[in-house]
Design a protein around this ligand. Structure first.
Ligand SMILES: NC(=O)c1ccc[n+]([C@@H]2O[C@H](COP(=O)([O-])OP(=O)(O)OC[C@H]3O[C@@H](n4cnc5c(N)ncnc54)[C@H](OP(=O)(O)O)[C@@H]3O)[C@@H](O)[C@H]2O)c1
Length: 437
């Protein structure tokens, strides 16, 4: 049998400790599948004395993950610390420079430094595997990088953040407010104490930036992503969506358009009957549309120790199965120098349907004025409905408009016009509608 693959794990938190446990519990299966043993020979974390729920006594302890990356007797450096700078970046860089394979679950690091790290891996002929960085346990990276050769991707979109999907699912199912759902999510450990990163869309954007690069062969450009979170989604939106045959999801969407590649993260209305609308709770899903395959939807657990460890262990096993002299495929599907600069489509040119909810003064002429603003901006309406804004609001009405395909620029202009007309009693709500099968 070939020599054992020696693994060093940096970071022994939720994911790192789970990876160590899976490698221990599944050692026999993994040895059979890989044709060699996988052993944890080095570990690093901040607190040496913390109980990790797994005996790591046989592994050499490193206080400093960079030192471990440089000097430990390991073949694979597994980075599970997190963060886009500091010890995660410097240790991954050091491991690649030392000619060691790297496995990471760190989307923030890849979104910011992925191309440079891919160049470093290619230079040394080593692997940089990151299946767990996007949609946790769902094997979307492998699917896009290895199983779709020859396909041209037209659009990739998905539910990439379990916290947001959990909140939106409960808001709809139980009729409770965003704030109440968020508190519950925090109590149950689905949301961080500071949830901004998740609920304002940053986490989704990091994952989307990686998918965009794989889909379109572009350099990662996370800073260019248009981003809106879910914190201003109200029960009124959820109910109106349901009445119209839609469900609200926070989607990350990347698509090729005539003016470039559009990357956007925002609350989105998808048809209730679509497959992606059936993805509930903390589950993630990624839809990939291509010219040959059509639409593929992968769904499954997007986070949590075990699900994420499954993807990390899969990446380690791939390295264990590879043989010396074998040429590894490029990190983002194309050699790093061939990843094209990214041509950004402006959000103003986004084309699609829109849901617009307006709370207006109940007075003569308002309805006609709204319709005129729409017509002035060439916006054709699929429906326009007016009803009482609520039991205690005799002086207000709610107007809900659904547009046919139009542009973001036209909708912004129309809504700005309506706001200037001084008919609104509350901030207007605009939610984009996404085509989904
Ligand atoms: N949690 C998930 O469900 C999930 C899903 C997908 C991807 N990920 C990604 O996986 C990575 C790890 O996430 P996690 O949830 O496991 O994080 P975590 O529970 O916070 O664990 C982080 C670990 O890093 C260690 N660490 C921090 N600073 C260090 C340093 N300077 N030197 C050495 N070790 C250091 C910590 O040590 P101590 O334990 O001693 O404090 C801890 O063990 C992140 O990139 C995250 O985005 C997580």
């Amino acid at each position: 049998m070939a020599e054992a693959l020696r693994v060093g794990i940096a970071g022994l938190g939720t994911v790192g400790a789970s990876v160590a446990r899976v490698l221990r519990d599944k050692a026999a299966e993994l040895t059979r599948q890989c044709g060699r043993e996988i052993v944890v020979s080095a570990v690093s974390a901040r607190d040496r004395n913390r109980d990790r729920g797994v005996d790591l006594g046989a592994a050499r302890w490193f206080d400093d993950p960079v030192g471990m990356a440089q000097t430990a007797d390991i073949d694979v450096f597994v980075e599970l610390i997190g963060g886009d700078e500091g010890p995660s970046r410097s240790s991954v860089k050091a491991a690649l420079e030392a000619g060691r394979h790297v496995v990471t679950a760190n989307k923030a690091l890849l979104a910011k430094h992925g191309v440079a790290l891919a160049e470093a891996a290619e230079k040394k002929g080593v692997l940089l595997n990151y299946e767990a960085a996007v949609a946790g346990g769902i094997p979307v990276i492998k699917t896009m990088r290895e199983a779709m050769a020859g396909n041209s991707v037209t659009r990739v979109f998905g539910i990439l953040n379990g916290t947001c999907n959990y909140i939106l699912t409960r808001m709809e199912a139980e009729g409770i407010s965003f704030d109440a759902c968020l508190k519950d999510a925090q109590r149950l450990g689905y949301a961080e104490a500071d949830p901004t990163f998740d609920i304002e869309g940053h986490d989704t954007a990091h994952k989307l930036s990686i998918l965009t690069s794989l889909a379109f062969g572009t350099r990662i450009a996370a800073n260019d992503i248009y981003m809106e979170g879910i914190s201003n989604i109200s029960q009124a939106d959820i109910r109106a969506a349901g009445d119209l045959g839609y469900r609200i999801k926070l989607l990350g969407v990347a698509q090729r358009t005539e003016s470039g590649i559009e990357q956007r993260v925002h609350p989105t209305m998808v048809p209730t009957a679509s497959v992606i609308a059936q993805v509930h709770g903390v589950t993630n899903a990624v839809a990939i549309e291509t010219d040959i395959l059509g639409e593929l939807l992968l769904s499954g657990p997007g986070a949590g120790g075990n699900a994420t460890a499954s993807a990390v262990v899969g990446d380690i096993a791939d390295i264990a199965k590879s043989r010396p002299g074998f040429q590894h495929g490029p990190v983002f599907g194309l050699p790093a120098k061939e990843l094209r600069p990214y041509k950004k489509a402006q959000m103003r040119s986004h084309a699609g349907g829109y849901f617009i909810r307006l709370t207006v003064h109940d007075r003569i002429g308002v309805f006609a004025a709204i319709a005129k603003r729409m017509a002035d901006n060439d916006i054709s309406l699929e429906s326009i409905v007016q009803h009482a804004a609520g039991p205690d609001t005799a002086l207000q009405k709610t107007v809900i408009l659904v547009t046919h395909e139009t542009t973001e620029a036209a909708v912004r202009k129309a809504v700005d016009g309506i706001t200037r007309d001084d008919h609104l009693t509350d901030k207007p709500q605009v939610i984009r509608i996404e085509r989904a099968g």
